[in-house]
Ligand binder design. Sequence first.
Ligand code: SAT
Ligand code: MN
Length: 612
Amino acid sequence: MNLNELKHEGLKKWVEEAVAMMTPDSVEVCDGSKAEYDRMLKIMVDAGLGVPLNPEKRPNSFWFRSDPSDVARAESRTFIASKNKDDAGPTNNWTDPVELKDTMRGLYKGCMKGRTMYVIPFSMGPVGSDIAKIGVEISDSPYVVFNMHIMTRVGADVLKVLGTDGFYVPCLHSIAKPLGPGEKDTGWPCEPDVNKKYISHFPDTYEIWSYGSGYGGNALLGKKCLALRIASVLARDEGWLAEHMLILKLTNPQGKVKYIAGALPSACGKTNLAMLIPTLPGWKVETIGDDIAWMKFKNGQLYAINPEAGFFGVLPGTSDHSNKSAMDSIKKNTIFTNCGLTEDKDVWWEQIGYGAPGETIINWKGEKVPSPKTDKPVAGQEIAHVNARFTVPASQCPVIASEWDDPNGVPISAFLFGGRRAATIPLVNQSKNWVHGVFMGSITGSEITAAALDLKAGSIRRDPFAMVPFCGYHMGDYFAHWLKLGKKAQDEGHGDKLPKIFFVNWFRKDADGKFMWPGYSENSRVLAWMFDRCDGAQNFVETPIGNLPKPGSIPLPSDVSDATMAELIKLDVDGWKAEIADVRENHYSKFGSKLPKELADLLDVLEKDLNK
Ligand code: SAT
Ligand code: MN
């Protein structure tokens, strides 16, 4: 499709302005077809940037390797450029939108010379769904085009829904300026200087401008940039929820169904939970989404869609034990980025469940090294980068629920929040009510696993609702938005239909530093307890922190003793007192006058109750 076929005057004008600024050699409007997908892959393979995998082992799958500077989201280069600094809040990098646009126009000027500009119309959510939104990404990266094909719905039907004057989020992206004289081609087009990468959001005008990176969250702008940072602002303005949540369908042995949405910070197993295979007989989990949920109240009931169409999952640690469904999903039609490439042109990563085949393997840096005999990670010598990823269509997941792409969404019965905590936080805990649930979400913390840059391993990072890297506005206002939606539902007489809120922690450790709970498939026992709780089962005891499981109400996995379970579900009064002090001094204090009074009050109430 060419530019003249665009029927939307505003869109056409925006593209023309981008063409004038970026001066590409040609412009293509993407149609989302299989032919286009194959053609984009061929461009990358012909340029030596991608390797087709062994068609017998991984049909229609490809291996990519990025520049070492371009392997993860660049949080320090991610900006929320609202007009008022105070609207961005203490958890975001704010910068002045006028200055930022000036700087970025300088970078964008002539940046597509010698390349094709792709105009990618996409829908976040089933095309035409009343919860979905349309975005249009302009990019000079074929890698972005085929990954967007997988992760979103791209194509002409999106333009049809957009019509001549529909709303869309404009998303500008360029990998980098063309190489200057004497500049070295690093083999992966991007801006290798991290300080020249920009992932910019303009919440007042709902715009995204990205420059210098080809990596997932920095370049596939439908995902974190649109579906969370900009969508959270749209949701605030329009009265709905855009959340960093998986959505799963849980069926009990009697065939009754509930849908649960869950927020967990990264490295807490969100994808694994979304695709869990229960050990508890008769129970079934199916996947609706593994990362993002968009939710709207309809007649007092909250409905959720997964705005994405694919999974962008972490490879290291993914195995038949941790996530068999993910392993089965990525057997074909999959894009692998930054893992190992074996001699027989298959892929390999740490903790895949077996040692690397053959004598040698190509690591994520492109070096040929001896094949590791075991899949244990060796720090500094990883074959796959710790953030190596797969991109795969959601439809390939063997446990995808049939209604995963229902435009109406699925009715949510429960929210689950969680973190990685070695002590204090029980295995599962139900909030007393909506406001108390928001309180629990607002104090969520998770231990830092790897000693990343300036963060101390083992220390606790507060990541309320797992949204700190993804909320496009002040988190104090975000808490208030959650409170407001709950109050509105109650005022309208729909309080009983509000999702129940739970808090989970799979990561408790004993005095020897050993995990006390086996996790993974055994987490089905906790999901079952929540399910029954939603139906009013008397399987709980009331405590100051919320409703904890009644002893015996969660059937034990074979490797968990009664004593261990008792420890996992007990109220740790001293631990909670320390928690309260930390929340008050190091967390709530950051939000100043924007911290809703209801939440500050609940912290005081909890402290008083624990002192009784
Ligand atoms: O790169 S993404 O932001 O899409 C993945 C992630 O960090 O969760
Ligand atoms: Mn995520």
